[in-house]
Design a protein around this ligand. Structure first.
Ligand code: GRF
Length: 208
């Protein structure tokens, strides 16, 4: 198993959201792309499209930012209103979580609250789903809080798990749905079609 298979972070969700912006389906622009993996595909793509990039956490004294500096750079430096995670495997620093309360989403390739948490990412998620014998899996889009995969659920989509599935086959089936669901959720968020139930559960309304 290559590292790429273990950590399938190809930037494809970012590209799907960016494509939806270009198509006019999301009224927004990508202000900046943040990654912890120098040279990853999302950063290459951003650079090719003239989108500013940040490495966080950086490894050299030039690139090292404190959590507060990162939050300021996003809010003030790049005027970012919403933060979207896709394959960012590190915990987001609390200063950024607080700065983007109800404004930061993550996408997870399984049906939370099952099959999530620290260490459950990429092929590991799909292996665990297959091992459990679950007949359905899917994806979850949720707001980000201070822990891994625990924030309020905004949307989910279901895909079947077949008896002969390999983790790679299941991952591909889920990812295809991710590319449709994430842009839809982002559009709802920026359109103001997300409301909050009194108990803290978000509701996503469909466009008329
Ligand atoms: C996706 O499966 C997403 O659900 C998970 O990480 C993967 C990122 O894939 N959080 P990509 O980089 O968007 O292709």
């Amino acid at each position: 198993v290559t590292q790429q298979q273990q950590r399938p972070r190809t930037g494809s969700n970012f590209q799907a959201v960016h494509a939806a912006i270009i198509a006019g389906d999301i009224t927004a622009e990508v202000a900046v792309v943040v990654s912890d993996v120098p040279g990853c595909k999302a950063l290459d793509y951003a650079q090719a499209h003239g989108i500013p990039t940040i490495i966080y956490p950086g490894s050299t004294s030039d690139t090292k930012l404190s959590p507060d500096e990162l939050a300021d750079l996003l809010r003030v430096g790049h005027r970012v209103d919403y933060v979207l995670l896709a394959g960012y495997l590190k915990l987001v620093p609390l200063a950024v979580v607080k700065a983007y309360h109800r404004a930061m989403l993550n996408i997870h390739p399984a049906l939370l609250p099952a099959f999530g948490g620290k260490g459950l990412y990429g092929q590991r998620v799909h292996k665990a789903v297959i091992a459990s014998g679950a007949r359905f899996s899917g994806l979850t889009i949720h707001f980000v809080d201070a822990d891994y995969d625990t924030g309020p659920i905004l949307g989910q989509r279901v895909v079947p798990v077949y008896p002969t599935d390999t983790p790679g086959q299941l991952a591909a089936r889920v990812l295809k749905e991710e590319h449709k669901a994430y842009p839809e959720a982002v559009a709802a968020l920026v359109d103001g079609r997300v409301t909050w139930r009194q108990d803290g559960i978000p509701i996503m309304w469909h466009a008329r």
